[in-house]
Design a protein around this ligand. Structure first.
Ligand code: AP5
Length: 223
């Protein structure tokens, strides 16, 4: 899943992962878990995430490759927020080639800058299971409480206006060029992301040929 901060990559990846019965791998979620647990990698990532900068490629690439070697990825996977630089994309290509697999599609979710700012300032995330809500478009049933696990909802540290604007700049500079990279490979699928959540997921699922829900993979979670 490719797209600017707040495009809905996590929301869509979570729904598609349930439909397709494959794991949703979000590098942002992996870093937030590590930050919450105070691991050395989490402390290193926090220095970059809090400023809206990208975590260095050498850290991210190793983490994703290790995750993709896990058993649950054998039948496929959805990558959300990775790759984010050309160097990450090239490493991913090499890794997948060494395993004899290739990406089916790179879904670019397109939304305007104004919509990104509106979405991120109204986003709330469960501090326990990282389920994502929007105060207007996708509110929890009970104010401030996660529907799924009853955890407390909070605003992400990188969802302040100053950090959002920097994340957008970083996206334009370092990640947007990936659309051209994958277009040349014939893998890019552009989707308008300003429709309702259910309409966006239906369009992506239709274009990828994901029609019937499969049993949930073990260990799945919202993102
Ligand atoms: P990450 O967590 O990946 O953040 P991001 O890419 O900035 O994306 P977001 O999670 O903010 O947004 P999203 O597109 O998933 O939107 P969402 O579904 O939540 O990464 C965080 C940080 O980690 C990065 O800044 C970087 O520092 C680091 N990092 C991560 N990966 C890295 C990598 N590969 N390399 C280096 N560093 C890395 O939706 C947003 C809101 O909108 C929600 O409230 C949602 O409910 C709502 N919404 C969604 N869809 C709709 C809709 N159709 N209509 C109305 N509302 C909607």
């Amino acid at each position: 899943m490719l797209g600017p901060p707040g495009a809905g990559k996590g929301t869509q990846a979570n729904l598609l992962s349930k439909k397709a019965g494959v794991p949703h791998i979000s590098t942002g979620d992996i870093f937030r878990d590590a930050m919450k647990n105070g691991t050395p990698m989490g402390r290193r990532a926090a220095e970059f995430i809090q400023r809206g900068e990208l975590v260095p490629d050498e850290v991210v690439i190793g983490i994703v490759e290790e995750r993709l070697k896990e058993e649950d990825c054998r039948g496929g996977f959805i990558l959300d927020g990775f790759p984010r630089t050309v160097a990450q994309a090239e490493s991913l290509d090499k890794f997948l080639e060494s395993k004899g697999i290739s990406l089916d599609a790179v879904v670019e979710v397109v939304v305007s800058r104004d919509e990104v700012v509106r979405r991120l300032s109204n986003r709330r995330t469960c501090e326990h299971c990282q389920a994502v809500y929007h105060l207007i478009h996708n509110p929890p049933k009970e104010d401030g409480i996660c529907d799924r696990c009853k955890g407390k909802l909070m605003q992400r540290q990188d969802d302040t206006i100053e950090v959002i604007l920097n994340r957008l700049k970083v996206y334009e500079r370092q990640t947007a060029p990936l659309a051209g990279y994958y277009e040349k490979k014939g893998r890019l699928l552009k989707i308008g992301g300003e429709k309702k959540i259910e309409e966006v997921v239906a369009e992506i699922a239709g274009k990828l040929g994901i029609h019937s829900p499969s049993p949930l993979p073990t260990g799945e979670r919202d993102g």
